[in-house]
Design a protein around this ligand. Sequence first.
Ligand code: OSB
Ligand code: MG
Length: 368
Amino acid sequence: MKIRAVELRTIEIPRVSAFRTSLGTQSLHAGLLVRVEGQDSEGWGECVAEGDPSYSPEYVRGAVGVMRDFLVPRLLAEGEVLPQEVSSLLAEFRGHPMAKSALEAAVLDGQLREWNLSMSNYLGGTRTEVPAGVSVSIADDIDALVGEVADHLDAGYRRIKLKIQPGWDIEPVRAVREAFGSDVLLQVDANTAYGRGDERLLSRLDDYDLLMIEQPLDPDDLIGHADLARHVRTPICLDESVTSARIAATAIRLAACSIINIKPGRVGGYLEARRIHDLATANGVRVWCGGMAETGVGRAGNAALASLPGFDLPNDISASSRYYAKDITEPFTVSDGCVSVPTRPGIGVDVRADVLDEYTVARDVLTP
Ligand code: OSB
Ligand code: MG
């Protein structure tokens, strides 16, 4: 598409409840949306950087800066850009996969609207709905956790993911297993909270028949994960570590994981995400689509990605209402444990201008 202007919207949305992980607690969602204005269309992308650089080195204000100073001028100078060209055009700038991903996503949305093609069809999706899992905060106490999990199971979620950290690991898993039985699909996510030397502790999770342990160790500790994978029976899944298809290939070669959580924002875009899907499934590594508590803009693209055939585990794609009382697009809902994959052109959802304005805390418009 021909890019005439790029608008950056920094947003803040209240969450329906505080979200607590080993990295911290958030009651306000800090986000960034990108609108690319073309000649005949516009496209939207969501940057999944958070307000502070805890999950990843990227953060909202940093993403705005790198987009404004480097990435967007490069795209505007090019003028006419195809979605598959965005990542190579931006490759001269190192890092910043979340910022790059948002720009590629916006160009992809705008271009697919011009081509009258849905994102799922463009990517090669084969499902019309994708299984919804839910990610559950670290709670104040075990009773509160069990109550929250009961609500999610009542809402139909197909899989429960418990956030864990040292001191909140074996007990919550045991309590959820005891309360809901062995049929519930259950997994844990440590967000890097453990270290070398925790093999014995983490192997105690083997008693609970978990689908996986997600990202127990530091992002750059692939060898640590490979060593841990030999000590525990529960499959190891990587999230934070995998910021590109090449790192995914390295992790697979090292046997650092047998499952990958693919987040398009973290890996630099939907096209790189699809490459990881292809690479992992060809090598017997299972994949599922993770989330970053996206608004409807990112959630729509994630549902399209998760419609690819290799995504055979439930995803962190929940209803919009799990995080937000009012979403920026029409809300996603969970029905029979699944989220529908949008079928309209591009990401297949529309941004509600009035809601976006309500949540906007800063706006930048960049032109050639
Ligand atoms: O580690 O998967 C994670 C949310 C924000 C940042 C990191 C993570 C998460 C989640 C929730 O676990 C995923 C979602 O529901 O979008
Ligand atoms: Mg994770």
